[in-house]
Write a protein that binds this ligand. Structure first.
Ligand SMILES: [Fe+2]
Ligand SMILES: [Fe+2]
Length: 162
């Protein structure tokens, strides 16, 4: 059985993951409108993954006999100045999510909730990748600077994502 505190914290994480999906979908819409088709596709795929993350928490709560409570999702921004700004913001957001996962793990440790600790291992590993890939793209875009050609090459590379 989940403790009330653990259940509340896991429900808040469903919301964090759904907000991530919302944020990345908003970034995808911006990129699409700016004709960065590759980045639009990349961000749409990322948004879909975040919905899957939310579903993992949702299913875990139910499996443990807890109660799922869906909270209001806040409105993400809709305006950015550049592709670089988007990926810098995505990297910052992923660092925030890593902190959320670490806080959940700390709570699970304090509560001696071993199954939640094991469940969170997947997310701890996933966050290493999430931070690394957004940082890598941001660094490439930083290097591209104002070169339209370089930016479009990066955009094409992002479009290769499955
Ligand atoms: Fe996530
Ligand atoms: Fe993520």
């Amino acid at each position: 059985m989940l403790s009330k505190r653990m259940e509340d914290a896991l429900n808040r994480q469903i919301n964090e993951e759904l907000y991530s999906a919302y944020l990345y979908q908003a970034m995808s819409a911006w990129a699409e409108a700016e004709n960065y088709k590759g980045a639009a596709k990349w961000m749409a795929a990322q948004a879909k993954e975040e919905v899957e993350h939310a579903a993992k928490f949702y299913n875990f709560i139910l499996e443990r006999g807890g109660k799922v409570k869906l909270l209001a999702i806040k409105q993400p921004p809709s305006e950015w100045k550049s592709l670089l700004e988007i990926f810098e913001a995505a990297y910052e957001h992923e660092k925030h999510i890593t902190k959320c996962i670490n806080d959940l793990y700390e709570l699970a440790t304090r509560e001696r909730d071993y199954s939640t600790q094991v469940f969170l291992h997947w997310f701890i590993e996933e966050q290493v990748e999430e931070e690394a890939q957004t940082l890598e793209i941001a660094e490439l875009l930083r290097r591209a600077g104002d070169s339209t050609n370089a930016i479009l090459m990066i955009d094409a590379k992002l479009g290769a994502r499955e």
